[in-house]
Design a protein around this ligand. Structure first.
Ligand code: FAD
Ligand code: DHB
Length: 391
């Protein structure tokens, strides 16, 4: 089998890229290690930046999002239980974000893939990339007891942090940058109305908490937890008690408790590997970089990567120019690093660090008080939160 662009991974990066290239008339095949139900079932991101909303529109997969998604013009910060609102739209000349879960995005993209005959091979085991330095790369995998091979012009490594694509690039070529945070996020989903119509990011002496949502009847909450914590340590009751204290009395009074139907712990990390291209292999999304979730940037960064990568590949096929391909890594990384900085800063501002002393804590509280009183500081936060432009 032969195709123009082989895409490894059917997460947000791989599926958005597949749709973009197919829309431009470029032939693609997507190889995914798991099945559709698995990819769609993972509870992950909840906030879409404008570039992601606009891409859904451009691909004609925005119909359900327009109906069911929640447009948010602001978000709240809380410092030791006292809340204040950041009017994102007013501060950015009208930009908003969309609350619409990654699971819903994936469902819409998979449905459209079926309708449009976008080729996805699920359950592709032992995927291996070959000859990516040469002119004729190919991919092999195992499925249903048989060995398969796909020849292509280019490979897009969209296979996430643990994927095979980044691992294919020789160590001497890759430069990696990393920060592992000494805590995790414990998240729950519950069938209960949210405690506020917007999100609340809270810095509390006992640790960070976040009140989010998936719909007017479904809440998503997170609390910072220890990396040693196990799910069994966190009964629903303990979770509700803790999140209530950390979000503060105003929010706590409106929290509706319900049994959680999803509960998981995620570690927090910042990670970037450079460059995002090696020969005919391009990395996009979590395969190349990870942000801590605080800024809600993970999936949106995967989207900006693949918008840039699709432009580069389309330029190659339509205009016979390699300028886009040659510039992809530097262009993508310029935006990635800004999102890394914002996510790191917002995490540092709102979390309790184990080695934090009294002075560090005072610095956090003072910075939050400064943001509360300064339009300049709020503009800085807001323009990053709604998403920096693609340049
Ligand atoms: P992924 O979503 O990881 O997709 C990669 C795909 O490649 C997967 O389907 C995988 O099965 C497949 N794959 C892997 N290896 C292979 C292989 N060898 N061969 C073939 N296929 C392969 N972001 C937020 O903004 N907010 C959040 O609350 C949030 N929570 C998160 C919680 C967790 C536990 C994790 C892991 C991430 C979270 N993120 C969050 C980040 C966000 O979900 C990711 O940034 C986003 O999914 C990145 O998309 P991607 O397509 O690059 O990678
Ligand atoms: C959600 C996750 C985030 O990381 C964030 O910053 C905001 C919302 C969520 O899952 O709803």
């Amino acid at each position: 089998v032969r195709t123009q662009v082989a895409i490894v991974g059917a997460g947000p990066a791989g599926l958005f890229l597949g749709h973009l290239l197919r829309q431009a008339g470029v032939d693609v095949v997507i190889l995914e290690r798991k099945d559709r139900a698995y990819v769609e079932g993972r509870v992950r991101a909840g906030v879409l930046e404008r570039i992601t909303v606009e891409l859904m529109e451009r691909l004609g997969v925005d119909e359900r999002m327009r109906r069911e998604g929640l447009v948010h013009a602001g978000a709240n910060l809380a410092s030791d239980g006292e809340m204040f609102r950041i009017d994102m739209a007013e501060l950015t000349g009208g930009s908003t974000v969309m609350v619409y879960g990654q699971q819903e995005v994936m469902k819409d993209l998979f449905d459209a893939a079926e309708q449009r005959d976008l080729r996805i091979v699920f359950d592709a085991d032992a995927v291996r990339l070959h000859d990516v330095e040469g002119e004729r790369p190919h991919i092999t995998w195992r499925k249903d007891g048989a060995e398969h091979r796909l020849d292509c012009d280019f490979i897009a490594g969209c296979d996430g942090y643990h994927g095979v694509s980044r691992a294919t690039i020789p160590d001497k070529v890759l430069k990696t940058f990393e920060r592992v945070y000494p805590f995790g996020w414990l998240g729950i989903l519950a069938e209960a109305p949210p405690c506020d119509h917007e999100l609340i990011y809270s810095n509390h002496d006992r640790g960070f908490a976040l009140a989010s949502m998936r719909s007017p009847t479904r809440s998503r909450y997170y609390v910072q937890c220890s990396l040693d914590d196990r799910l069994e340590d966190w009964s629903d009751e303990r979770f509700w008690d803790e999140v209530s204290v950390r979000l503060g009395p105003e929010a706590a009074a409106r929290i509706v408790r319900a049994p959680s139907f999803e509960k998981s712990i995620a570690p927090l990390r910042s990670f970037v590997s450079e460059p995002m291209r090696y020969g005919r292999l391009f990395l996009a999304g979590d395969a190349a970089h990870i942000v801590p979730p605080t800024g809600a940037k993970g999936m949106n960064l995967a989207v900006s990567d693949v918008i840039m990568l699709s432009e580069a590949l389309v330029e190659h096929y339509h205009e016979r120019s390699s300028a886009g391909i040659d510039g992809y890594s530097a262009r993508a990384l310029a935006r990635v690093w800004k999102a890394e900085r914002f996510s790191w800063w917002f995490t540092s501002l709102t979390h309790r660090f184990p080695d934090q002393d009294g002075f560090d804590r005072k610095m956090q509280v003072a910075e939050l008080a400064y943001i509360k009183g300064s339009r300049a500081a709020q503009v800085t936060l807001a323009e990053n939160y709604v998403g920096l432009p693609l340049v």
